[in-house]
Design a protein around this ligand. Sequence first.
Ligand code: NAD
Ligand code: DAU
Length: 335
Amino acid sequence: MKLLVTGGAGFIGSAFVRLVLGGDAHTVVNLDKLTYAGNLENLASVEGNPGYRFVRGDCADHGLLDQVMDEGKPDAIVHFAAESHVDRSILSPQPVFDSNLGGSFGMLEAARRHGISRYVHVSTDEVYGSIDEPHEADENYPLRASSPYSASKAGSDLLALSYHTTYKLPIMVTRASNNYGPYQFPEKLIPLMISNALEDKPLPIYGDGMQVRDWLYVDDHCRAILAVLENGRPGEVYNIGGTCSLPNLTVVRQILAGTGKPESLMKTVTDRPGHDRRYALTSGKVMRETGWSPLVPFEQGMRETIDWYREHQDWVRRVKTGAYRDYYERNYAGR
Ligand code: NAD
Ligand code: DAU
């Protein structure tokens, strides 16, 4: 298939592009706005691949999308592009709504105008909100988004599914749990804690640190998305979890052990407003229907991730620019 991938210069999108171009079944046009989170260094290994082309642009730019669709005539769309960080969505909701709702609307409209044979809308388990023990969300669980980020993702999920119901577009929605791995922007828990630990800086723990997330290695997530793209049923939602639920404190302690740094680096800070206590989901449907299951155990994924950040401190230095420092100050000062 000729794939139009959006947000392919980000963390998960770039892993997906590298995965897909590692085989010879698909070609890729990568449409990315290159926000603070988009980084073409993440795609150095596919530059020059004859099956790959990059277009810089915004998913909310309908004129540009017509041009991209006319030129590339893609068979399928995999829509990753989004403002993806909860803390930033709390500080500045506007870009979140512009990209996550406006950008998703732009892509759906482009698919409607030009026709498409498969469309994966990449979403998140955060749309289910906080889930009390011992429950787990299946795909029919109510949407109870807590943050501007998760509300924008829930809204865009519903919009995407409405394009299947109303216009018969072949849309599939995936909802994954927390990803980790190489090339993740150091604003999210795991890369922030690893990079701060390597620099002997404090590790900011929100509240009591007992919030629970289900950790999924990024390459496992990308294999699941490819499986849904190739074998999922239009109009369906697929949860994708790592089957690895851990409290944040356990994750951070593992990072300190893996980097050889003392626990005294941990610093409790004021909690995130509206912080979801626990995410938990079942992934039986995607396993049954596509044969996917996660392959990378957390200990192995974490070891590889710590090694990657240790060996790519230049990459980390380049993304921790002045703008990063401004964000860090806004989010963490006086907390
Ligand atoms: P990221 O922030 O690392 O990358 C987002 C990419 O999208 C960047 O390259 C950015 O430049 C691009 N982008 C943003 N707005 C755009 C726009 N309007 N037009 C074109 N490009 C735009 O994000 P990520 O962590 O790789 O997440 C990718 C997707 O996966 C998102 O939809 C996110 O909601 C979803 N998701 C993420 C996680 C996670 O743990 N990171 C888990 C589940 C689902
Ligand atoms: O669940 C999937 C979601 O996971 C994705 O949709 C989002 O794009 C992704 O950002 C992620 O959201 P979270 O809010 O769960 O991830 P984050 O890495 O920001 O935080 C993970 C946990 O760690 C959460 O309980 C908040 C806590 N935390 C985070 C940071 C950045 C801290 O205690 N300190 C921190 O400095």
